[in-house]
Structure formats: structure tokens, C-alpha cells
Design a protein around this ligand. Sequence first.
Ligand code: FES
Ligand SMILES: [Fe+2]
Length: 338
Amino acid sequence: MSEFPQAVREAWHMVALSSDVRRGQARKITLMDTPIALFRNGEGLGALVDRCPHRNYPLSEGSVRDGTLECPYHGWRFERDGTCRDVPGCSLDNVDISRLSAKALRVCERHGAIFVTFGDAAPAAPPLPPDFGNPDLDHFWWQQGTWQGRAFDAIENVMDPFHTGHLHHGFIRRRDKRHPVELVVESHGNSIAMTIHQSAPDHGIMSRALERDRTCSVSHYYPPTTVQARWEGETKLTLCVTAIFTPATDGTFTPFARFSTPKGFAPSWLKQGAIRLFLNPVVAQDRRALEKQHRVMQHFGQPRFVSGPGDILEDRLHRLWKGETIASGEDPPVAARL
Ligand code: FES
Ligand SMILES: [Fe+2]
């Protein structure tokens, strides 16, 4: 059994894109070490723990028939709420069918994303960050398969500006041409944001191409698994990226990113192409770094981190991840070179 904090276990988690599970299809996903069979019938989505209650065959390998998920082994059929509807060759007339149910999980679909929760006390729908469904913006989803590493370390990576000039040298910032910046951290009790104020744009090619009129960028962590980065120009938003890091197992996670840009400045497909082109190498660098970091932590049995002067969020990310609240307020600005 994996060791995720209770707050993480009981939250809503994005597990797939809507387009990954078409009507009449079933698909297996893994959330915090639990395999889940997602399927879609004419009424909507079902999420069943991926274990047939009969002889424990994986339900995700079944087919959707007459709106139910049919187990490939003996053909028992299950509704979206887990109710057993059919045991082929037998009558269910005098059978207590509640004993035959598959375990159903709460599932919810918003803006092209599928969310699942194990938590009975989770809110009716997943809380979403600002602009997630804003119709005035162009949005597109980007998914990257399953990565090696811990979801929490990926969150810390995205919230950490100090690796961008070094690991992503040339793409986002440059290690040989650092800019003076002012970092402002704002704690909101159950989330935290870091704003980077700088007077000149970054020297990396990606920053030059995509966010020329940027005046500040904000990274906001919404626990447990969402980070939203916003690049603001003189008057308006230029780019907003919402990254969601879903823990698949203790040592793997599934990242999803939603890109939102103002309508009108260029056609959506062109923006998508440009963003993918520039971001691909950056994402690959992060992916490799998280994998290597994870291998070292596994080798030594556990993480053992020393925080330096750039780690200005201190333990607050980790405390929020665990479901704690943090004292609200703004830290004094920190001068740094990025
Ligand atoms: S194992 Fe699923 S129907 Fe028998
Ligand atoms: Fe990075």
C-alpha cells in the first residue's frame, strides 16, 4: 500500500483526458497504486476498481455492452455504480445482488478532463484553478504519459525558478546571463504563490519567442497536485499553464498540462504548435532530472534534502501537500538573479 498523506488520498485527481475514453470503451488507469477501470456508456463515465468481484479478473480488459462493463472471464456485467446486472447462465431473481457489486469510485468530467476520487468526503466536483474553463481563452491539453519520480518532486520542480537557468540553460533562461529579479511569496492559507518581477525578458529562446511583453510571472500551487503558472504582460495575461501531477504509484506520476492563451493573437493550432515545439526539450530535461533524482532517492532509501538560500518556499509546499494550512501573508521580497 502506498504512503500518501490522507489529504492526497482523499482528493480529486485528474486521471485521463475525456478523449482517452470514448463511448463504448474501457481503459485502465492507476491512481495511487490502485488500478481502476474507466468506461463510458451513453449516460457517462464509470470508474470501477479494476478487480472483478467474482474471480478478480481485470475489468478494464472487458467490453462495454448494453451500457454495462462486461468482465471477459465469466461475463458478469456491471453498471457504472458497480451494481451487477447479469451473471450469464444464471437467474438473479433470488440472489442478493449487493454482494456481487464491483467497487465504484466517484468520477467527474470537466473541460475535457476526467477526475476520480477515493474520498467520500471530497467536494461534489474537483476544485479548479482560475481560468481553467474561461471561454474567452483558447485552451489545449498536453499529456506526456507516465513519468518516473514522485508527483511531489515534480510540483517542487515547477514551483522552483532557480533550476530554469541551469537545467534549462538556453531555453528558458541562461546561466551565463542572469537577470536581477525580485521574488515575492504570498501564502494564502491553503495555497501558495510566487511572483517573479523582472524588468527585462529572459534570454532563453523560448522566453524570447513566446512571452516578449511579459512583466511578471506567477506560479501558484493549489494542493495537492495542481500548479498554475501565469505570464502577465503590460495589460493582460499572455500565457497560463495549469500542470496537474497525478500520483500513479509511489514512484511514478502522470503529468497533464492545460495551456490557455488569449484568443485572437494567433490561431489556436499555431500557438499549440509553437508551444509544443519550444516546450518539448524543456519538458524532456525535467523528465530526465526527476527520473535521476528519484533513482538516487531510491538507492539511498529515502529523500534527504538540504535547503539553500534559493529554496524560499521552505517546507511550505510539503506542508500544503500533506493537507496542512500555512500562515497567510506576504513574505518580504527576495532579491535574486535568475
Ligand atoms: S472473474 Fe469476472 S466474471 Fe468471473
Ligand atoms: Fe523545469
